[in-house]
Design a protein. Structure first.
Length: 387
């Protein structure tokens, strides 16, 4: 008995991609299955049919399901090789989130194809980094991007929603190693994709997203991993770091807030630092460092505050607890919610398939579906007319 679901070329290519994503060599895979390497090569090339027992064994070895390999609609992306150019230390830390980003982007693309939806692609042109002042280039690029979003100098607490709905960047939020803040990758079929760490605070996720947008603007075809112990002295990283600060804290707005505090209170205290960070949706540290960069506060102010035991996090959390304007995206962004709910409603996918595709539990999937369902109402326009 052999697997007939797909053309040999298609299934062979899917097996090859799954093996590459799992970082397994052909020799190791063949040894695990007790077959000759030439046999596996023939399977991947579509020159030999794969038996059901071999398919199951390969799926187990590659940490995918057999259904994922043979499902007609399944999309198979190959983002991992893009990250292999990263230094070994970055690559090792990012291995798990890279695989997760690959899987989530493929799942969202599959849902779009099932539903006949075209992804939004309102991308600005790439703005290459030129010789000269890197900080000034980042500041200008951030103001241009804000103009594209139509938000002027207003706070961008809802940046994640804007990136998804207005620009068409795929945003995913999942928990992974705390030393990694975010990842960015661009693929011609999937487009721009960002994965953020659910283990981090909303403010830090916002900053990570802004940082990755800097890479999207300047070095779109180069993947990025942001996190602890990752070198930040390259021109590309310096651009992305300054871009992120300038996007969330445009210098005219930051200067205006600082002047307002001085005018009204005669000083700029830690209390003003906390309320300012809350206004812009960033961390206390990020706001302090931005004011230092703008020479409104002396260099080393944040380190001095920390040495005195200041964090201000409790006050920041208290202010944020009732803030409805902040992006409080859970593990599924609004657009992906709608895609998943419609695909399920049309019986194109099951709860179990959605759970696997979106890397969530069945309980989480049920909560998502229930949240989007109001019994007896399938068109909100009917609610007002029925009164």
């Amino acid at each position: 008995m052999t697997v007939e679901t797909h053309s040999l070329d298609q299934l062979g290519n899917r097996l090859r991609l799954a093996r590459v994503r799992a970082d397994v060599t052909q020799s190791d895979a063949a040894d695990q299955l007790g077959m000759a390497r030439t046999t596996l090569v023939a399977i991947e090339k579509g020159e030999r049919r794969v038996r059901p027992d071999e398919l199951i064994a390969l799926a187990r070895l590659y940490h995918v399901t057999a259904n994922e390999l043979v499902r007609e609609s399944a999309v198979h992306l190959d983002l991992q090789p893009r990250f292999r150019a990263l230094p070994a230390t970055q690559r090792a830390r990012a291995e798990e989130p890279v695989a997760l980003l690959n899987r989530l982007a493929a799942s969202e693309l599959e849902l779009e194809q099932l539903l006949g939806r075209s992804p939004i692609r309102n991308y600005p042109p790439v703005r290459p980094i030129l010789p000269g002042d890197i900080e000034q280039q980042a500041e200008e690029a951030a103001l241009e991007f804000r103009h594209r979003l139509g938000r002027g100098l207003a706070p961008l607490k809802d940046l994640l929603s804007l990136l998804e709905s207005e620009i068409g960047i795929r945003i995913f939020i999942r928990p992974f190693d705390r030393s990694i803040s975010g990842l960015f990758a661009f693929d011609e079929s999937a487009g721009a994709c960002i994965l953020l760490n659910e283990n981090h605070t909303p403010a830090r996720r916002l900053q990570s997203a802004a940082h990755e947008i800097g890479h999207f603007i300047a070095t779109r075809h180069q993947p990025d991993v942001e996190g602890d112990h990752i070198p930040t002295n390259s021109r590309e990283e310096r651009f992305a770091k300054r871009f992120g600060f300038a996007l969330l804290l445009p210098s005219p707005a930051a200067r205006s807030y600082f002047a307002e505090c001085i005018r009204d209170h005669g000083r700029f205290s830690p209390r003003h630092l906390v309320t300012g960070a809350h206004r812009f949706g960033v961390s206390n540290e990020a706001f302090s460092r931005r004011l230092e960069d703008l020479q409104l506060l002396p260099k080393g102010t944040w380190e001095s505050l920390k040495d005195r035991g200041f964090s201000g996090e409790f006050a920041h959390r208290l202010l944020s607890s009732g803030d409805k304007s902040t992006d409080s995206a859970g593990p599924v962004t609004p657009r992906l919610w709608l895609l998943a709910a419609e695909a399920y409603e049309r019986e194109l996918v099951s709860e179990e398939q959605l759970a696997h595709m979106l890397h969530l539990s069945r309980i989480d999937i049920r909560c998502v579906l229930d949240t989007l369902d109001v019994e007896g109402v399938d068109d909100l326009r009917s609610v007002a007319t029925a009164r």
